[in-house]
Design a protein around this ligand. Structure first.
Ligand code: PLP
Length: 419
């Protein structure tokens, strides 16, 4: 065993996301038809959407120019200039955002975008004070994928969501502004919308308040739209894309059904975009071109909007309603609540009085052929233990109907046996 660096210890050790991805990956690889896989963030296979990708990729493969752009070039590290212009005009037209190509950098997925952004604003400060800055998550639970991305220790501070009971079996997290503290050690505020895991869509008022607070403290708000707006648009209410000069946003092609293209975008001020491009060059020279070439052919025709609005959003909304109705039926007699499912791919189940912890439930369900994600992974950086963090499970409903039905029925039967 060779001696290792701090970098290895921090990023390459056995951490939450690695454990989770391996567990989910091996469950998928085992391809055991008996296993109900409801753990991952993989998008569903939607035949109408796959038909579009098939058509677009075969058209592109037949065009020598497109093929050259897709396979034969290293693009500049911020991404293809013509693609960035096209995306900027799309964002101006559909969202009214005041952006040009200088406000956009392409990255290898939203995950990499966040690795860059979190470490641009968190960690040892470059101002000569030696101060180390942290990232504030204003609403825990938050996406597990950020948890191990910090290059510095103690990278996150998170604020538990304030729980609002919204119906007999429902609840919703709100940002607890009364307790939210933006101390001088905070380098950025970070939020996913819709939030993975809870399916919460933070309101415009909450976002305005957060962006205003960030601006008042001279730090950015990092807003992760992986499931959100303007694409793939997996938002079930009437939320709108959000714009504020102090907000740095990310978008991704993954949840449209293209995670294999590894394509994400950062939208932000030109100085940040130049830094993202520099990081791309240092880490990987250039981006994967495939996603940009596919998306470019759909941006100016309005097809990307149509796919998001007419195919993707209705599909997930229907799957969500059906899965929730089944869960409500299967959990009769069990004391439970589900977070208001406002978007993304998940039902977030809260079992406050369950005799088993989330981790024990996860293991027991796995033995019964059902894979879900124990909620404690999504609570990191908390000031103190919160009993709630051991009481939740994330259930993904993107797999085929029969799989989800079987998984929820198995889970319901086991949970009912406790009461
Ligand atoms: C909230 C959130 N952000 C970012 C990502 C990263 O996605 P990708 O790197 O595929 O764009 C995910 C993936 O599941 C996610 O759930």
């Amino acid at each position: 065993m060779f001696p290792r660096s701090q970098f290895a210890a921090r990023l390459a050790s056995h951490c939450g996301i690695v454990e989770l991805m391996e567990d989910l990956g091996s469950a998928l690889a085992a391809a055991d038809p008996g296993v109900a896989m409801m753990g991952g963030g993989n998008p569903a296979r939607i035949p109408e959407v796959e038909a579009i990708w098939s058509r677009v990729v075969s058209d592109l493969a037949r065009s020598p120019d497109a093929l050259g752009a897709m396979l034969g070039n290293y693009d500049p590290p911020a991404g293809s200039p013509s693609f960035r212009s096209e995306l900027a005009s799309f964002l101006r037209r559909t969202c009214g955002w005041d952006v040009g190509p200088e406000n956009i950098a392409v990255t290898p997925g939203g995950q990499t975008a966040f690795f860059y952004l979190l470490n641009l604003f968190g960690g040892q400060s470059a101002d000569g004070t030696g101060r180390s800055r942290k990232i504030l998550l204003p609403l825990a639970p938050e996406y597990i994928g950020y948890a191990d991305q910090g290059l510095a220790p103690d990278f996150f501070v998170s604020q538990p969501g304030r729980i609002e009971l919204t119906g007999p079996q429902r609840f919703k997290y709100r940002i607890d502004f009364e307790r939210l503290q933006i101390t001088p050690e905070i380098g950025a505020i970070c939020l996913s919308r819709p939030t993975n895991p809870s399916a919460n869509v933070v309101t415009r008022e909450e976002l305005e308040q957060l962006a205003g607070l960030a601006a008042a403290h001279g730090i950015p708000l990092l807003l992760d739209n992986a499931y959100g707006l303007p694409f793939p648009g997996v938002v079930f209410g009437d939320a709108e894309p959000f714009w504020h000069p102090n907000v740095i946003q990310t978008l991704s092609l993954s949840k449209l059904g293209l995670p294999g293209t590894r394509t994400g975008f950062v939208v932000g001020p030109p100085d940040v975009i130049r830094e993202i491009a520099a990081l791309n060059a240092v880490v990987g020279l250039a981006n994967n071109n495939l996603g940009q070439v596919i998306a470019k052919s759909l941006l100016n025709t309005g097809e990307l909007e149509r796919i998001s609005r007419d195919l993707i959003r209705p599909y997930y909304q229907r799957r969500c309603q059906e899965s929730l109705a089944l869960l409500d039926q299967e959990l009769q007699g069990v004391p439970y609540r589900v977070h208001e499912p406002e978007g993304a791919f998940f039902l977030w189940l809260w079992l406050e009085d369950c005799p088993l912890s989330a981790r024990e439930l996860y293991l027991g369900l796995k033995e019964r052929g059902v894979i879900v994600v124990p909620g404690d992974y999504f609570f990191y950086g908390l000031p103190e233990e919160w009993p709630h963090q051991h009481q939740c499970l994330r259930i993904s409903y993107t797999q085929p109907e029969a799989t989800v039905t079987k998984g929820i029925q198995t889970m319901g039967a086991w949970l009912r046996s406790f009461w």
